[in-house]
Design a protein around this ligand. Structure first.
Ligand code: NAI
Length: 360
């Protein structure tokens, strides 16, 4: 991303400064960042391909009312990068990408998704897209009219596949602390597409289940049938538990929460659960293991990529493998006295760099 030609450009670590003095996100490590506008409707999208060293980019379509184009690029860049690392540690022949549609009251939704379909198709298989926040099965159908590189919902329940991976990660995190799932007091925050099936799987494994959601109906649908204790949504970070499973929005744990959260361990599906790397270092210093989110929540991606490539769902062993990776990371973290999230990032970067070097 270049600042306007007449802008004052000041070099600084996070990106460029435009004429108004605001920083543009740094996307120098990206293979491609494309901003497109449909001239008829004015619909705008951002499509980013971070790295295809390991294979074609995979990334869903997020429709969101961003503050501006800059915010959309920043969001897409962070999500696409995380996808590259997630693919690497999930041992998938795939790379990181993401698409954002800039939502607003005047958005011509059909035109926006049609534009996405045209741009994805023009990439001729370098990019595979699918659902993300704000995108429905009907939206995906519009994309799929224009490209075959779009998962349309016929792949199966990706939320449950994510939950299967999270369950394996939780079991590994518990084992790291010398515990088994039976009798473990697990607090699940967020009972949606991932949290709800995760609760069912945890209950079947005999955990002592606590649940929280801002949506009362979501709580009612889970707590009664599974005999789970209800925790108020605003009491999640102050309720003692053996393991906290954040499955709502990202950023649940900031530095202040990391200092006080009364959880023995943390492992959930929410992306970017640590609001800042400093929060991870504080939790590590307190002896609270945190299973890296982009490792624990890779089950849905594993399902999507396998289905796209092989036309069938992954074997159970593919989800179990997530537990093995988490176990290794937590053991290295203890040995090297480095937060597991930092080790995971290091390992993912090294894997991509080694593949790139082998190609040269
Ligand atoms: P969802 O939108 O289906 O469910 C989220 C749930 O969290 C909703 O029930 C919502 O009411 C609740 N919630 C929101 N704010 C809350 C709060 N402050 N306290 C308690 N509950 C709150 O989302 P989904 O698909 O289940 O995803 C959950 C997380 O996992 C997200 O961070 C997502 O990015 C991540 N993730 C999801 C994957 C998937 O396969 N769906 C794959 C990988 C990551």
């Amino acid at each position: 991303m270049r600042a306007a030609h007449n802008a004052t450009i000041v070099s600084e670590p996070t990106g460029m400064i435009d004429a108004a003095g605001a920083a543009w996100p740094d996307v120098a490590d990206f293979e491609q960042v494309l901003v497109a506008r449909d001239p008829r409707s004015g619909a705008r999208i951002v499509l980013a391909i971070h790295d295809t060293t390991l294979g074609p980019a995979f990334g869903g379509i997020r429709r969101h009312a961003y503050l501006d184009l800059r915010a959309a690029i920043a969001d897409v860049a962070a999500l696409a990068r995380a996808m590259t690392w997630k693919c690497a540690l999930a041992d998938l022949p795939a790379g990181g990408g993401k698409i954002a549609i800039l939502d607003g009251p005047d958005l011509d939704r059909r035109a926006a998704y049609a534009l996405v379909g045209e741009r994805v198709d023009a990439l001729a298989g370098r990019f595979h897209t699918g659902p993300d926040v704000g995108t429905t099965v009907a939206d995906l159908a519009v994309v799929a009219e224009r490209t075959r590189h779009c998962a349309t919902g016929g792949h199966g329940d990706l939320g449950d596949s994510t939950a299967r991976g999270v369950l394996a990660a939780i079991a590994a995190t518990a084992a790291h602390g010398g515990r088994e799932l039976r009798g473990l007091r697990v607090l699940v925050q967020g009972l949606g597409a991932v949290g709800a099936p995760l609760c069912r799987r945890l209950a079947a494994a005999g955990v002592d289940l606590l649940v929280a959601d801002v949506d009362g109906a979501a709580v009612a649908a889970i707590a009664g049938p599974l005999d789970a204790r209800i925790v108020a949504a605003d009491a999640v970070l102050t309720t003692p538990c053996d393991l906290l499973a954040p499955c709502a929005l990202g950023g649940a744990l900031d530095v202040a929460a990391a200092r006080t959260v009364p959880a023995g361990a943390i492992c959930g599906a929410a992306n970017n659960v640590l609001a800042a790397p400093a929060a991870g270092r504080i939790l590590h210093a307190r002896g609270i293991p945190v299973a890296p989110d982009f490792v624990a929540n890779a089950g849905g991606l594993i399902h999507g990529v396998t289905f796209e490539r092989d036309g069938c769902a992954p074997t159970p062993a593919r989800f179990e493998r997530i537990g093995g990776v988490v176990a290794e990371l937590l053991a290295s973290s203890r040995r090297e006295d480095v937060p597991p999230g930092e080790l995971a990032l290091r390992a993912a970067r090294a894997k991509v760099a080694a593949a790139a070097a082998a190609r040269r």
